[in-house]
Design a binder for this molecule. Sequence first.
Ligand SMILES: *Cc1c(COP(=O)(O)O)cnc(C)c1O
Length: 221
Amino acid sequence: MTDKVARLNAVKENIARAEADARRAAGSVTLVAVSKTFAADAIRPVIETGQRVFGENRVQEAQSKWPGLKAEQPDIELHLIGPLQSNKAKEAVALFDAIETVDREKIAAALAAEMEKQDRSPKLYVQVNTGSEPQKAGIDPREAVAFVERCREVHGLVIEGLMCIPPVDENPGPHFALLEKLAREAGVAKLSMGMSADYETAIAFGATHVRVGSAIFGGRT
Ligand SMILES: *Cc1c(COP(=O)(O)O)cnc(C)c1O
């Protein structure tokens, strides 16, 4: 067993324990294995264990490795978890099965147009900048519910859930709680929150998807 496979198994055990501790159903949390910066050869052993959901943060990098991996294993579900520029909407709609980083009107419009043109419907999440950090992507939490409504009413999009990346130097719990509250107000069911350092905490706060990279693949250079 490779290091990566051993670490993946440990993460899956931790998720199962966190689900049980939170009195949540076994299997209610989906692990998104974040493979950014790792080459196809490093990802393949993880696919071979049965892991099917992966996350990438750059469209161009994902295009360089995932069409081939998806051809080998067609039931892969690939999530875009990094910022999206509207001039990359076409490529993103063509490759990704979920786009977690819808955060402004221009992106919502570009995605709606491409989804119609390509007759593809990746699942969409709205990214919320729960810490209102100026350098970080995501819609301000005070505007998040209205933005979800505009995505639906103006752009005809189905929004599956909300996503957040809490500030690195803060206790993540209040950010996860805020995202959960906003999701309830907006009427969306899915919560993508929690990374290697805090996925168990996120599960306690209701995460349905945790995005775990380095705890599986090792450190990134
Ligand atoms: C890189 C990344 C992750 C995974 O981070 P780790 O700390 O390595 O688990 C999760 N979410 C987003 C948006 C990322 O860019």
